[in-house]
Design a protein around this ligand. Sequence first.
Ligand SMILES: C[S@@+](CC[C@H](N)C(=O)[O-])C[C@H]1O[C@@H](n2cnc3c(N)ncnc32)[C@H](O)[C@@H]1O
Length: 225
Amino acid sequence: MRMRRKKNLDGRIDACEGYLLTLVSEDKNFETAVENKDYLDFTELFGNDNPVYLEIGCGKGQFACEIAKQNPDFNYLAVEKVGNVIVAAAEHAQREEIPNVRFVKCAAEYLPCFIEDHSIEGIYLNFSCPFPKKAYTTHRLTNERFLKIYKQILKPGAEIHQKTDNMHFFEYSIEEFTKCGFALKNISLDLHNSDFEGNIVTEYESKFVAEGLPIYRLEAYLKEE
Ligand SMILES: C[S@@+](CC[C@H](N)C(=O)[O-])C[C@H]1O[C@@H](n2cnc3c(N)ncnc32)[C@H](O)[C@@H]1O
């Protein structure tokens, strides 16, 4: 079922323009689009030079807003491809006047157009769509083609933190991370019944936990060459 476009979406986007950027590439083919670079200036965007973390597929921004509030000395850029959804995230940040979070409406495929190589401190992948059908494997945000992008934009030694409720997607992600040269640590097969401290619950996570589903979590980092 297609999501109905919310009324007055353009007006809502304009009303929170300080928090929401819409990045559109002229080129609809992301493989050729990435040849054209138009990097975001993080210093201008956040008004400081603090480290920048990225969340990809942020939904309505519950996680990004909370982690930004808890860590005022870091900046958070949260990316989401659906306009109806990300506008709610930007409205949340604006309502709470959170200074160190910004939202970008953009598909992850285009990140290398807008984000300079090796400029990101860490990436959060929270409850990414598992795309269970084989035909959509390449849409999974831990597919090799995305991991190559993350390698390009992450600083050396940076980490990717992934959470999901989907065991098959988790197993798939472990295989992809490993294939692409990432090492894994702090793997949990039941995060909410583990001794992990400081978990920030996302919107989807609270629904899955209420249904009694276990939450899987891992940290991936690049091994030294
Ligand atoms: C299942 S939701 C999870 C939302 C949120 N992270 C949470 O945990 O509550 C996954 C989100 O990822 C977004 N998404 C999927 N593929 C994407 C892509 N290639 N680029 C950007 N966002 C994407 C979807 O639009 C959706 O809003």
